[in-house]
Design a protein around this ligand. Structure first.
Ligand SMILES: Cc1cc2nc3c(=O)[nH]c(=O)nc-3n(C[C@H](O)[C@H](O)[C@H](O)COP(=O)(O)O)c2cc1C
Length: 400
């Protein structure tokens, strides 16, 4: 729906029209996050490195690489392209460490919005470092560029090094979500309120605030949130359209209660239906043996131990995960293989695992690869047809 006279109809209308046609939706919804596919898919983290490894094949997050990976995902009909928001990497006094190399999420999302036609393009806000006024305007602009495909992952931060660079305090864990709630309320007010408004509270003072243009999407820009703690999950169940959950355990039987309880909380406490997505790292090879060997090569033999140690130290200190706990050990293992559940094997095995996630109630999976370009292309060629056969996705008609 075009609602702002400054937008060029010629540029935006074909995209809106094309998206509605592709999604077979009769509503005004232009964002594929709400299409009919039972299992939605996306890429995660291509704007930086996801894998804690020192192999020469490590991903290089150049603009050219990000653009190529995103166009492949878009042409394959993946629903989401999600960056990670990180101002600084995980090691002090190592300016050359690749975890410091991160393309800015909002300008990255704007550029990809212009280059793609179908996927939802997310930015990720590191809320305490960004005033809602800035984010409201940036997101509305990305929504205009993309023709209503913008979405926003909101995070409260956990890596104190980033906050030290800004000279601001990292709030105590649960208070981060109190802050996020107010931050998000203001963001949504800026997106929806036609009038200027005042606001005064512990965290914000705003006088005659207004943000225009408004987003194209009639219900505002969808919100994703990746909380794992009880306080965080309550926030997400109350406020987000998509909860990103790091799955504990290795089987659909272990995952189903985690997903079910999350959705139940949203429904019973807040009267809302939300989608639950998870993150996974993909190693697809001709045989499962080859895939497992490659995983071992980059995540064990050549693991970036120093970086991994530092991340776990920070998570333990800032997110209340006790040292020596099974939870921390589990998180370390997952971090080493690329931030998320390892989808490792030949195409049939990976498709079966994705079917298991869907059976457990997962609505979407965002994925990382060591090489996104080869990874997305191969995933689309070998795994998407299997998911279509399994009834989890409809075939996608490529855009021009
Ligand atoms: C899939 C996923 C994506 C995340 N993306 C970011 C990010 O971009 N930036 C960031 O600072 N934290 C990110 N986080 C960390 C979360 O915001 C949060 O700090 C973490 O999941 C711990 O949850 P808790 O705050 O409920 O303890 C992400 C976590 C997950 C699982």
């Amino acid at each position: 729906m075009l609602r702002w006279p400054g937008q060029t109809r010629a540029a935006v209308e074909p995209i809106l029209w094309q998206n509605k046609l592709l999604m077979n939706l009769s509503t005004n919804n232009t964002n594929p996050l709400f299409n009919d596919n039972k299992l939605k898919l996306g890429t995660f983290c291509s704007n930086t490195i996801a894998n804690m490894t020192i192999v020469p094949e490590q991903w290089r997050p150049t603009w050219a690489n990000c653009l190529e990976a995103a166009c492949l995902a878009d042409q394959a009909g993946l629903e989401a392209i999600v960056p990670i928001a990180r101002w600084k990497g995980y090691l002090d006094d190592k300016p050359d460490h690749p975890s410091n190399e991160v393309l800015d999420v909002f300008t990255w999302a704007a550029g990809l919005s212009q280059a793609t036609r179908y996927s939802s393009i997310l930015a990720t806000s590191h809320a305490p470092t960004m005033h809602p006024l800035i984010v409201a305007k940036q997101c509305a602009t990305i929504d205009a560029i993309s023709g209503g495909r913008a979405a926003l992952n909101i995070v409260g931060g956990w890596n104190r090094r980033e906050f030290d660079m800004f000279g601001i305090d990292l709030l105590e864990h649960d208070e981060r979500y109190v802050y996020l709630e107010e931050w998000l309320k203001l963001l949504r007010q800026l997106w929806s309120c036609p009038q200027e408004f005042d606001h005064s509270s512990k965290y914000f003072r705003m006088k005659k605030a207004i943000s225009r243009p408004k987003p194209i999407q009639p219900d505002g820009i969808p919100i994703m949130n990746a909380a794992q703690s009880l306080a965080g999950i309550r926030f997400s169940a109350k406020n987000s359209q998509i909860g990103l959950l790091g799955l504990r355990g290795d089987s659909p039987e272990e995952w189903a209660p985690q997903v079910g309880n999350y959705k139940k909380m949203a429904r019973e406490e807040f009267g809302r239906d939300i989608q639950i997505w998870t993150n996974a790292s993909v190693v697809l090879r001709d045989t499962t043996q080859e895939a497992e060997d490659f995983l071992r090569y980059y995540s064990e033999e050549f693991v970036d131990v120093e970086c991994l140690d530092s991340i776990m130290e920070t998570i333990s200190a800032e997110n209340n995960v006790p040292k020596g706990s099974p939870q921390l050990a589990f998180m370390r293992k997952r971090m080493a293989t690329g931030a998320g559940y390892p989808l490792v094997g030949d195409a049939r095995r990976i498709a079966r695992e994705l079917e298991g996630m869907s059976r457990a109630g997962i609505n979407g999976v965002i994925m990382t690869w060591l090489d996104y370009i080869d990874g997305v292309e191969r995933f689309a060629r070998e795994i998407l047809p299997l998911l279509e056969q399994a009834g989890l996705r409809k075939p996608f008609a490529k855009t021009a």
